[in-house]
Design a protein around this ligand. Structure first.
Ligand code: NI
Length: 388
């Protein structure tokens, strides 16, 4: 496997960075220690420019190639934040902070992009400019959008963007991606049901919100089964049902909370519209009132048709043609790199992390074995897309 010698030589050093980040997880935008380490290292590597505080706590490093006649600028992105979980991996480098852990491998993503930045700043064997992008708040607070809204693309003249995420279950030494939608749009919703509280023995004088909300839960499952085109994709999951407190009191209110996942803007808008109609209409049937609050969290992650082949080519150069799945099945999870892909064309790729615990599981740990593969992918992508 063509791992560049210099990159193979960085394996131990980058593993030590990764494990240090793993021991000190930080959440959402509150990634001050991590962002500080990233910025210090980028300066130490000799990046031409290092800018902190983009999108609150994001960091961007600029590395100019030995030549700059192409005028091209490409962005490579890693995420820095951890999750509110208590780690149970039993590893010597496990989280030192109860209630916080790197359960999605963003420590590995950050370390691999730092390693690639070190290699690129040393070698500069490309024609153009690379922006290495380290974003906060991938896990639900839209750090990717915050960096885009802060003018990052314009400020550094970024023309294309590429992202990478580890994938448990995909073998070590494999990559997977596809042109078009790769990850879903994520929306969260709350349905507030207002009825009429009363004595459990006198239901005729009350409007029972437990019954009304139960019908809404059932009817909501007809949206995907009976309304969405069967050749399209959608998920409606209601994951919280809160009502009542006593055996003999019919509650005045009930609250349902859940999430919607879709792979196109059209289906996304349709499911939102149907969910509102189903909630309001079902409640009205029983004389109750339902109010839907709907939050768009992240859009669909769409790989650009014209740029995806560059990612495929770079991955194949590292692991061989046969180990790159270029028609991967889309995932109904979401990724806020979608905000960057909406701003600039590019591609997101999954890197195999082998047979480990799944992401967001307390026993998960990033697989350090894949560090040279990920770093080589970044290096190949730059050296081929910005060929000198
Ligand atoms: Ni993640």
């Amino acid at each position: 496997m063509p791992i560049v010698n210099r990159i193979a030589a960085l394996h131990d050093e980058v593993t030590a960075w990764r494990r240090d980040l793993h021991e000190h997880p930080e959440l959402q935008f509150d990634v001050h220690r991590t962002a500080g380490i990233v910025a210090d290292k980028l300066k130490e590597f000799g990046c031409d420019e290092v800018v902190t505080g983009i999108g609150r706590t994001g960091v961007v490093g600029i590395i100019k190639g030995a030549k700059s006649s192409s005028g091209k600028v490409i962005g490579l992105r890693a995420d820095m934040d951890a999750l509110p979980l208590t780690e149970m991996s039993g590893k010597p480098h496990a989280s030192k902070i109860p209630g916080k852990m790197h359960a999605c491998g963003h420590d590995g993503h950050t370390a691999m992009l730092l390693g690639a930045a070190k290699y690129l700043a040393e070698t500069r064997n490309f024609d153009g400019t690379v922006a290495v992008i380290f974003q906060p708040a991938e896990e639900g607070e839209k750090g990717g959008q915050a960096m885009v809204d802060d003018g990052m693309m314009e400020r550094f003249g970024i023309q294309e963007v590429y992202g990478m995420h580890n994938a448990p279950g995909l073998p070590v030494g494999a990559f997977a991606l596809r042109p078009g939608p790769l990850l879903a749009a994520v929306d969260n919703f709350t349905i507030h049901v207002e009825g009429k509280g009363g004595h459990a023995a006198k239901p005729h004088l009350a409007i029972d919100t437990v019954l009304v909300a139960s019908h809404i839960v059932t009817a909501a499952q007809s949206i995907v089964a009976r309304n969405v085109n069967p050749l399209e994709n959608a998920v409606v999951s209601i994951c919280a049902f809160n009502a009542g407190f006593a055996n003999n009191v019919i509650p005045q209110t009930a609250e349902l909370r859940g999430t919607v996942r879709t792979l196109s803007a059209e289906v996304r808008a349709f499911v939102e519209k149907r969910l509102r109609e189903v909630a309001e209409g079902t409640a009205a049937l029983f004389g109750a009132k339902a109010t839907l609050t709907y939050e768009h969290v992240v859009p669909v992650t769409v790989n650009d048709e014209a740029k995806t082949p560059f990612a495929v080519e770079a991955a194949a150069a590292v692991v061989g043609e046969a180990s790159v799945d270029r028609d991967a099945t889309p995932v109904m999870g979401g990724e806020d790199f979608s905000y960057m892909l909406n701003a600039r064309p590019g591609a997101f790729i999954f890197i195999g992390q082998g047979d480990t615990a799944s992401v967001h599981h307390p026993a998960y740990d990033f697989n350090d074995e894949i560090i040279p593969i990920g770093m080589s992918y970044w290096a190949k992508l730059v050296e081929s897309r910005l060929a000198a």
